[in-house]
Design a binder for this molecule. Structure first.
Ligand SMILES: O=C(O)c1cc(=O)[nH]c(=O)n1[C@@H]1O[C@H](COP(=O)(O)O)[C@@H](O)[C@H]1O
Length: 274
C-alpha cells in the first residue's frame, strides 16, 4: 500500500487505529482451544469484529515464533485473512548485516506479503537499506520507544542531541516519507511535539496507548500532521477487552471507542482535505 492509499484509507474510515494482534495462546478464551488453530480462530474473530474500524493490523511475530511451526502457520493464515486494503505490519524488529537484512525483508515482504516491517536501527545504515529497496513496502524504524529502557540509550545525550534524534535524522536521509515510518511511543508525551517538528512528513507508528497508559489525545494534538501521519496501535486493550464467549464484541466496543475519539481529532486538527 502506498502513502496516498494509506492517507485515503484514514480519511474514508475516519480512523488511524492499528489493532495489535499480540495473540498469546494462554490468554485467549478457553472455548477456542478446541479449534485446530486456536490462535487463528481468535485472530479471525477479532479481525471480523474490527476490520471496519481500523486501518492497520500489527502482528507481533514474537507471539507466533514462540510456538514454532504452528505459530508461523497461524501467522500466515492471519495475514492472508486480513482484507486487502488494510495496512499490515510485521512487528519483528529486525536488522542485521546487509545480506541478512535482505533475507529478513524477503521473509516479510515476499513470503508473507506484509506491507511493512519494524526494524531496529542499532546496526546502522547498511542494516536498514535492504528493507528500503522493496518497492511499495515500508520500513518502520524504531525512533523513541515506549518502554522504560528507552532512557538507557535512546535518551542519552550525544553532543547536543539525544541519540534517538541522531538516529531519526540519519534515517531520514536513507528513506523517504513514502517508504519509511518511525516508531514513537505514546508514553513519550514530553517529546512528541518536538519529534513532529523534527520529522514533519513521515508517518509515526505509535504504540503504548491502553495497557501502557499513553494518551490518545496527547498523541493526536501533538503529533498529527496534514496527512494525519499517525498509526496508533493498541494491542491488549482491544484484543483482551473481554474473555468470554463474546470476546469479539468486547474487542469491537474497545476499538469503536478509539475510532470515535480519532474521528473527533481528525475533524478538529487536520486540514480540511481530511
Ligand atoms: O514496535 C512496536 O510496535 C513497539 C514499540 C514500542 O516502543 N513499544 C511497544 O509497545 N511496541 C509494541 O506495541 C505493542 C504494544 O502492545 P500493548 O501495550 O498491549 O498495546 C506490542 O506489540 C509491543 O511490542
Amino acid at each position: 500500500m502506498n502513502r496516498q492509499e494509506l492517507v485515503n484509507l484514514i480519511k474514508e474510515k475516519q480512523s488511524y487505529l492499528c489493532v495489535g494482534l499480540d495473540t498469546d495462546i494462554t490468554k485467549i478464551p478457553k472455548h477456542l482451544l478446541s479449534h485446530a488453530d486456536p490462535v487463528f480462530a481468535f485472530n479471525k474473530a477479532i479481525i471480523d469484529a474490527t476490520k471496519d474500524l481500523c486501518v492497520a493490523y500489527k502482528i507481533n511475530t514474537a507471539f507466533y515464533e514462540c510456538m514454532g511451526i504452528r505459530g508461523w502457520e497461524s501467522l500466515q493464515r492471519t495475514v492472508e485473512y486480513i482484507p486487502s486494503g488494510i495496512f499490515t505490519i510485521a512487528d519483528a524488529k529486525r536488522g542485521d548485516i546487509g545480506n541478512t537484512s535482505t533475507q529478513y525483508a524477503k521473509t516479510f515482504f515476499d513470503t508473507y506479503n506484509f506491507d511493512s516491517v519494524t526494524v531496529a536501527p542499532y546496526m546502522g545504515k547498511d542494516s536498514v537499506l535492504p528493507f528500503l529497496q522493496f518497492p511499495e513496502k515500508w520500513t518502520i524504524l524504531l525512533g523513541l520507544t515506549s518502554n522504560e529502557g528507552s532512557q538507557d540509550f535512546q535518551l542519552q545525550q550525544t553532543g547536543d542531541e539525544f541519540l534517538f534524534e541522531k538516529v531519526m535524522k540519519s534515517a531520514m536521509e536513507w528513506g523517504t516519507p513514502d517508504n519509511l515510518m518511525f516508531v514513537v511511543g505514546a508514553t513519550q508525551s514530553s517529546q512528541l511535539g518536538y519529534i513532529r517538528k523534527m520529522v514533519p512528513d513521515h508517518f509515526f507508528l505509535v504504540p503504548g496507548v491502553g495497557a501502557q497508559g499513553g494518551s490518545l489525545q496527547e498523541i493526536s494534538t501533538q503529533a498529527m500532521n496534514k496527512d494525519c501521519g499517525l498509526l496508533v496501535n493498541a494491542s491488549r486493550a482491544i484484543i483482551y477487552a473481554g474473555n468470554g464467549e463474546d470476546f469479539a464484541t468486547d474487542a469491537r466496543n474497545a476499538a469503536l471507542q478509539y475510532q470515535q475519539e480519532m474521528a473527533t481529532y481528525l475533524s478538529q486538527m487536520v486540514s480540511s482535505e481530511i
